[in-house]
Design a protein around this ligand. Structure first.
Ligand SMILES: Cc1cc2nc3c(=O)[nH]c(=O)nc-3n(C[C@H](O)[C@H](O)[C@H](O)COP(=O)(O)O)c2cc1C
Length: 201
């Protein structure tokens, strides 16, 4: 991402993509845990998710989720979605919009599972689906895994619940706040290339 304020559409696009891709490995970036909003029963359904991967061209975002969760059920093979984050240090708001799909099997899901930390795999060992009503506060995890990560062998019981949420990004938006006037741009992706447009903040 650029240190100075990007002043061309190409520079803004490069800045947007660099911020999203850089946030994947940077746990301290506010873009690492954006708000992912889908639509459930005609209502917006926002939640925080960990951004796991962004393709170099910004056209594909990957998240991980429990296949039994309401969002996974509703997104299925295709649904509209938005990803929103604000970096207060840079004073930049970023939005990505596109079509999401859930994949349980296949190369992307298999690689994502294979490279997931054991502590991350533990989330998929909960007895019940996320959102299941319970009579008392509980993580749903087995008692013996409350205080430790599973072993690799133990973690495999979580694989059937694991899925990737993939977003085919069609639109990127960038808003920069400055004391001398805000700047905003939107980019739309068609046939693999981005078309940019300045818009009024
Ligand atoms: C910091 C943080 C990171 C989270 N990361 C994920 C994640 O990567 N995947 C996920 O499915 N839920 C994640 N969650 C939980 C979701 O916000 C949400 O509560 C859960 O997925 C259930 O969402 P749903 O009912 O809309 O399916 C995270 C929550 C927080 C606070």
């Amino acid at each position: 991402m650029t240190a100075s304020v990007p002043d061309t559409l190409d520079a803004v696009l490069a800045d947007s993509i660099a911020r999203w891709t850089g946030a994947v490995k940077d746990r301290h970036s506010p873009l690492h845990t954006p708000v992912v909003t889908s639509v459930i029963n005609d209502l917006p359904a926002p939640r925080i998710m960990v951004l796991r991967a962004v393709s170099p061209d910004g056209g594909l975002f990957r998240f991980h989720t429990d296949a039994r969760s309401p969002k996974a059920q509703h997104i299925g093979a295709g649904a509209p979605i938005a990803v929103l984050a604000y970096d207060p240090a840079a004073r930049v708001q970023l939005i990505a919009r596109g079509t999401a799909r859930i994949e349980h099997q296949g190369a992307i899901a298999d690689t994502a599972w294979d490279t997931s930390a054991l502590s991350s795999r533990r989330c998929y060992l909960a007895a019940h689906a996320p959102g299941t009503p319970v009579t008392e506060p509980t993580s749903g995890l087995p008692e013996h895994l409350l205080a430790r990560a599973p072993t690799a062998a133990e973690s495999e019981a979580g694989r059937p619940q694991f899925s990737v949420l993939l977003i085919d990004v069609r639109e990127l938006e960038w808003l920069l706040l400055t004391s001398c006037g805000n700047k905003r741009a939107r980019f739309q992706r068609n046939a693999g290339s981005w078309q940019g447009q300045w818009i009024t903040p």
